[in-house]
Design a protein around this ligand. Structure first.
Ligand SMILES: Nc1ncnc2c1ncn2[C@@H]1O[C@H](COP(=O)(O)OP(=O)(O)OP(=O)(O)O)[C@@H](O)[C@H]1O
Ligand SMILES: [Mg+2]
Length: 226
């Protein structure tokens, strides 16, 4: 079933957070999900260590040699496979991209980050040439304010669209609850709303984002989206 990689050569773009939020949200809706933690810091492996969650499997310490077989084995068995990649261009990243049905490129809404996201799209284009098939991707804005978008943010979105870069309409907003997932090693549903502010709003944001990602994947399977 669909393999969704989360990639951006820029460090700290929000890849691991996005992979964890989307993966745990899909599992909370009853899907079988594997997250392959290919971030050298292994944040999702540390998050899930020693804990069992229904529908969710986290695999880590996957080498460059093993990545393709790991992706193939999990996608044969599970409804969704998410691959959290490292923040550099590497052979590991390129192998994961080559096996992806969709690549999510998280980026913050700044001009500097937009340039880095364009680099991420460039890496996907190179990989497409190698494997001779299109690799669909979507840029996903992260850490934006849940309030009305700023003018600068709108200008960046417009500029990316002008350059033919496809952007998800749902952002992963800046929320204490998303940071708290790693701090407490909890899912959104497990967080204590007394200790962490904005859990319901973060959950709503996560549901909307996961819903949009699933919609894109469904369209891709039907051959309706590029
Ligand atoms: N939506 C968000 N709300 C609040 N904090 C966030 C959000 N997204 C990311 N962060 C914080 O930003 C930092 C970087 O995020 P994250 O680790 O997800 O990025 P990354 O792209 O995986 O980094 P790396 O390239 O190092 O793997 C972390 O401290 C994380 O908690
Ligand atoms: Mg990471």
């Amino acid at each position: 079933m669909p393999v969704i990689s989360v990639a951006n050569p820029k460090g700290g773009a929000g890849k691991s957070t996005a992979a964890l939020v989307v993966g745990t949200t899909l599992a909370s809706k009853g899907a079988t999900v594997t997250i392959l933690d290919c971030d050298p810091n292994q944040p999702i492996a540390a998050w899930g260590k020693g804990q069992e969650r229904p529908g969710l499997r986290v695999l880590s310490e996957i080498s460059e040699r093993e990545i393709i077989s790991a992706i193939d084995a999990e996608s044969a068995e599970r409804q969704f496979v998410l691959v959290d990649l490292e923040g550099t261009a590497s052979r590991m990243v390129s192998r994961a991209l080559s096996r992806s049905d969709l690549v999510l490129i998280p980026m913050q809404a700044s001009a500097v980050d937009a340039a880095q996201a364009a680099r991420a799209v460039g890496l996907i284009r190179e990989e497409e040439q190698v494997i001779r098939r299109p690799i669909p991707y979507r840029v996903m804005f992260t850490r934006t304010s849940p309030a009305i978008p700023t003018r600068a943010e709108k200008a960046i979105v417009a500029e990316m669209q002008r350059n033919g870069i496809t952007v998800l309409s749902t952002h992963l907003n800046e929320r204490a609850a998303f940071k708290a997932l790693f701090a407490y090693r909890h899912t959104l549903a497990e967080l204590d709303p007394e200790k962490v502010s904005g859990v319901p709003a973060a959950t709503e944001n996560a549901n909307k984002l996961a819903g949009e990602v699933v919609g894109v994947v469904r369209q891709l399977i039907k051959g309706e989206a590029a």
